[in-house]
Design a binder for this molecule. Structure first.
Ligand code: C2E
Ligand code: CA
Ligand code: CA
Length: 698
C-alpha cells in the first residue's frame, strides 16, 4: 500500500455527471489521485499550488475555455476533452500544445485512465530525451573547452571524435574530415609501435593504459604528452570503442629540466657545478680503476679575481668568469670535464692520460700549463685590458683508494701551495703538503690566540748614517711564544699573510710602533727627525681600509708623520701599479714616506723606480753579503747607488755584518746602513737603553 499516489491529476469539469463518471474510472487506479474543479479560476490556482502531473480539462467551462490553461503551456501534459460537435476546438487545442484530446463519450471517459497513463509515459520520455540532450550538450561543451586532447576512436583505430584542443595540438583544421584519421598516425614511429604493441593490448586487458608519448603534429612539432588510453565495453562486455586523453607536458618537462639543470649546473657559466662535478669525479675514479689509464684533477683559482670584482664591480667580474670558463672549455678533450666550484674556482678533470705514471704526470703538466697560459692571455672587459692569472693545483687520479673528496682536497692544497710560491704557476700535490696544511691550520689558530693574548712584540734595529749615528729604527715583529720563546717572523708571516690575519696584526704593529716612538720622543731620547720604519705586507697594503686606518691612528697618536717610513716590497706594487701609487700618494699627502724594501730581488728594473713615489730604497742583504768578494754584486750595488743619486733617492744597505762591507759601501757612496755590525734588532727596553747610551755618547 502506498500512502502517496504517484500522480496528481487535475480534472477541470463543470458537468457533475461527467466528473462523477471520470472519477469512478480512476478509482481503480491506485497510483492516481484526482482533484476535481469546475472553473478555470480555481484550476489556475490549483496548478500554481499543486504542480499536477496531468491536467484533464473540458473545453467549455463556466468562466472560459479550458484551452486557456495551455497559455502559458504548463509543466505537465494536458488532455483536452471536447463534446461531440466541437472537434475543431480539439484541433486548435492540439496546435496550442495539448498532449492529446478525447471526444467525450461514455467509453472515452471510462478509458481516460489508460489515456492518461499513456500521455504521461510519453511526456516522461520526451522530458528524459530533452534532459539527455542537454546533458550531452554540456558534456560536449566540457570536452571542447578542456585544454587536453580528447579523442574517441573505433576498433580499427579511426577517429570518430576529437575535441578542439586535440585538433589544435595536432594541427587538424576545423573542416577536415576526421573519420579518415587514425590517431596512431600522429605518434612518433616508436610511440606508434608502443601504442599498438603495448598500449592497446593493455587497455583491452586492464581497461586503461597510461604512459608518456610523443605526438607529431601536421606542422612537425613534437609534443610530449602524458597519455591515457581507455577501452569502453558495451553491455555484452565487448569492446566498442577507445577513448584517449593526452596532456601536453612540454612546459612541465622544461620546468623539470630547468630545476634539474639548476641543481647540477652553474647558471653564470653554464658549467657543471659542485654537485655534478662530484658525480663525474666518482665516475672518473671508477673508470681509472677499470681501464688503468690515469687521470688528473686540476684545481684552478684565479689570482687577482677579488681585486677585479672590487675595483670594476661584480658585472665585470661575471664577464671575466664567463670568459675564463670559455677558455677552459676550449682545452677540453673527449671525456674531460670543466666545472665551476664557486667564486673564482674551477675544476678540470683530465681523463685518459697515459697508463704510465710519470708520463701521465708530464701530460697533466703540459695541459695545465697550456690552460695557465690561456688564462693569462689578456682579456678585454668594458674597454679595459685585463690580465688574469691562475694558480693551479694538480692531484693525479690513480688506481689507489683515494676518494673524490680527498682528491679535491689534495688539489686544493696544491693550488694553495702554488699561490704561496708566487701565483700564476702550477703545483702537484705531494704527501708532504698534506701535513703542511694541517700544520698551517694549527698555526693559524695559535696566531689568532697570540694576537688575542698579546704575545706579539716589536724589536727595533737601528738605522745608522756613515758616521754610525742612529738616525732611526726599523720595527720588526717577534712572537713571544709562552713555551717556545721568541719566534722569528719568517716562521709565521706567510701564514698571517695567506690567512689574512696580517691585516689585524699589521695594524697592531703600526699602532705599537707609533706609541713606542712617542715615548722616546717624550723622553727626549730621539730628535724630531728620527725615523720609525714599519714593514707593510702586500695584503695589508691592498686592504681597502688601509689608508683609513692609518689616518685614524695618526689622529689618535701624536707622531709627526714625516718621521714615519713605510717599507713596501715590489710584491705590494706588482698587482696593480696604478692603484698602488694612488694609495701611496694618499698617505704621502699626509707626510708619510715610502721605502722600497729588499731592492734588487724583485722584478722591477731600475728604470721603473722613477715612476714610484718612494724616497728610500733598501738594498737587499743578499747583495751586501758578498760585496767584497763577488764582482757581480759589487757592480749591481754600484749601479743602484749611481742611479739612486740621479733620482734623488736615499739608499740604505741592509745586512751589514762586517767592517769590510761597511767600508766598501761607504766608498761606493752609500750613506745609510743597517745590520748586525751596528746592532741586532733589540727589544723595546734594550732599544731604550741603546738610545740613552747613544745620547750620552754625543
Ligand atoms: P726585512 O724587512 O728585510 O727586515 C730585515 C731582516 O734582516 C730582519 O729579519 C733583520 O733581523 C734581519 N737582519 C738585520 N740585519 C741583519 C744582518 O746583519 N744579518 C742578517 N743575516 N740579518 C739581518 P727579521 O726580523 O727576521 O724579519 C724578516 C722579515 O720579516 C723582514 O725582512 C720583513 O720583511 C718581515 N717583517 C718583520 N717584521 C714585520 C712586520 O712587523 N710586518 C711585516 N709585514 N713584515 C715584517
Ligand atoms: Ca724591512
Ligand atoms: Ca729588507
Amino acid at each position: 500500500m502506498r500512502n502517496q499516489p504517484e500522480y496528481n491529476i487535475l480534472l477541470v469539469e463543470d458537468d457533475p455527471r461527467h466528473a462523477a463518471l471520470i472519477n469512478r474510472a480512476f478509482e481503480t487506479e491506485a497510483n492516481c489521485r484526482l482533484t476535481i474543479t469546475a472553473t478555470l479560476e480555481q484550476a489556475r490556482s490549483l496548478i500554481g499550488n499543486q504542480s499536477p502531473d496531468l491536467i484533464i480539462t473540458d473545453v467549455r467551462l463556466p468562466d472560459g475555455r479550458g484551452t486557456e490553461l495551455l497559455d502559458p503551456v504548463p509543466d505537465c501534459p494536458t488532455i483536452v476533452m471536447t463534446s461531440h460537435k466541437d472537434e475543431n476546438s480539439a484541433v486548435r487545442a492540439m496546435k496550442s500544445g495539448a498532449a492529446d484530446y478525447i471526444v467525450k463519450t461514455q467509453e472515452t471517459m471510462a478509458s481516460l485512465p489508460r489515456t492518461a497513463n499513456r500521455v504521461m509515459r510519453e511526456w516522461r520520455l520526451v522530458i528524459d530525451q530533452k534532459l539527455a540532450r542537454e546533458r550531452q550538450q554540456r558534456l560536449t561543451a566540457i570536452l571542447e573547452a578542456t585544454p587536453d586532447l580528447i579523442c574517441i576512436a573505433n576498433l580499427d583505430g579511426f577517429v570518430s571524435y576529437i575535441n578542439q584542443a586535440g585538433r589544435k595540438l595536432l594541427g587538424i583544421g576545423e573542416d577536415e574530415d576526421i573519420r579518415r584519421i587514425r590517431l596512431a598516425d600522429f605518434h612518433s614511429p616508436a610511440d606508434g609501435q608502443k601504442i599498438l604493441g603495448v598500449g592497446i593490448p593493455h587497455a583491452i586487458a586492464e581497461g586503461m593504459w597510461t604512459d608518456e608519448t610523443t605526438f607529431v603534429s601536421l606542422t612537425g612539432d613534437r609534443i610530449l604528452t602524458s597519455q591515457v588510453l581507455i577501452s569502453h565495453r558495451n553491455v555484452h562486455g565487448e569492446i566498442e570503442f577507445f577513448s584517449t586523453i593526452a596532456r601536453d607536458i612540454r612546459h612541465l618537462r622544461a620546468a623539470e629540466e630547468r630545476i634539474e639543470y639548476l641543481a647540477y649546473y652553474d647558471t653564470l657559466t653554464g658549467l657543471p657545478n659542485r654537485n655534478e662535478l662530484v658525480k663525474r669525479l666518482d665516475i672518473e675514479i671508477v673508470r681509472v680503476r677499470r681501464n688503468q689509464n690515469h687521470s688528473a684533477l686540476l684545481f684552478i683559482d684565479l689570482d687577482n679575481f677579488k681585486y677585479i670584482n672590487d675595483s670594476m664591480g661584480h658585472p665585470a667580474g661575471d664577464l671575466v668568469l664567463q670568459e675564463m670558463a670559455q677558455r677552459l672549455q676550449a682545452h677540453l678533450r673527449g671525456d674531460d670535464t670543466v666545472a665551476r666550484l664557486g667564486g673564482d674556482e674551477f675544476i678540470v678533470i683530465l681523463a685518459d692520460l697515459s697508463k704510465e705514471g710519470m708520463e701521465a704526470i708530464s701530460q697533466a703538466r703540459e695541459i695545465a700549463n697550456k690552460i695557465r697560459n690561456t688564462i693569462a692571455m689578456e682579456c678585454r672587459i668594458h674597454d679595459t685590458d685585463l690580465q688574469v692569472t691562475a694558480s693551479i693545483g694538480i692531484s693525479m687520479i690513480t688506481r689507489d683508494e683515494t676518494s673524490g673528496h680527498d682528491l679535491l682536497r689534495f688539489a686544493d692544497t696544491a693550488m694553495y701551495q702554488a699561490k704561496r710560491e708566487g701565483r700564476n704557476r702550477l703545483e702537484f700535490f705531494s704527501e708532504r703538503m698534506g701535513s703542511d696544511v694541517t700544520r698551517q691550520l694549527e698555526l693559524e689558530n695559535q696566531l689568532r690566540r697570540a694576537l688575542r693574548e698579546d704575545q706579539f712584540r716589536l724589536f727595533y734595529q737601528p738605522l745608522v748614517d756613515d758616521t754610525q749615528q742612529v738616525i732611526g729604527v726599523e720595527a720588526l715583529i717577534r712572537w713571544q711564544h709562552p713555551e717556545l720563546g721568541i719566534i722569528a717572523p719568517s716562521e709565521f708571516l706567510d701564514v698571517l699573510e695567506t690567512s689574512g690575519q696580517i691585516v689585524e696584526v699589521g695594524n697592531w704593529v703600526i699602532e705599537t710602533a707609533l706609541k713606542q716612538m712617542t715615548l722616546w720622543v717624550s723622553d727626549s731620547l730621539v730628535g724630531d727627525d728620527f725615523l720609525i720604519c714599519i714593514n707593510i705586507s702586500p695584503r695589508q697594503f691592498r686592504d681597502r681600509q688601509f689608508a683609513e686606518n692609518i689616518n685614524c691612528l695618526l689622529d689618535r697618536i701624536n707622531v709627526p708623520t714625516r718621521n714615519i717610513v713605510m717599507e713596501v716590497t715590489e710584491h705590494n706594487l706588482i698587482h696593480n701599479i696604478d692603484d698602488a701609487i694612488l694609495r701611496m700618494q694618499e698617505l704621502i699627502s699626509r707626510g708619510i714616506r715610502f721605502s722600497l724594501d729588499d731592492f734588487g730581488t724583485g722584478y722591477s728594473s731600475l728604470a721603473h723606480l722613477k715612476n714610484l713615489p718612494v724616497k728610500h730604497i733598501k738594498i737587499d742583504r743578499s747583495f751586501v753579503k758578498d760585496i767584497c768578494s763577488d764582482g757581480g754584486d759589487l757592480a749591481m750595488v754600484a749601479s743602484i747607488l749611481a742611479l739612486s743619486g740621479h733620482l734623488g733617492l736615499q739608499v740604505v744597505a741592509e745586512g751589514v755584518e762586517e767592517p769590510g762591507q761597511f767600508e766598501m759601501l761607504r766608498r761606493l757612496g752609500c750613506r745609510y746602513f743597517q745590520g748586525y755590525y751596528f746592532s741586532k734588532p733589540l727589544s723595546f727596553e734594550d732599544m731604550d737603553a741603546y738610545l740613552a747610551g747613544a745620547r750620552q755618547a754625543i
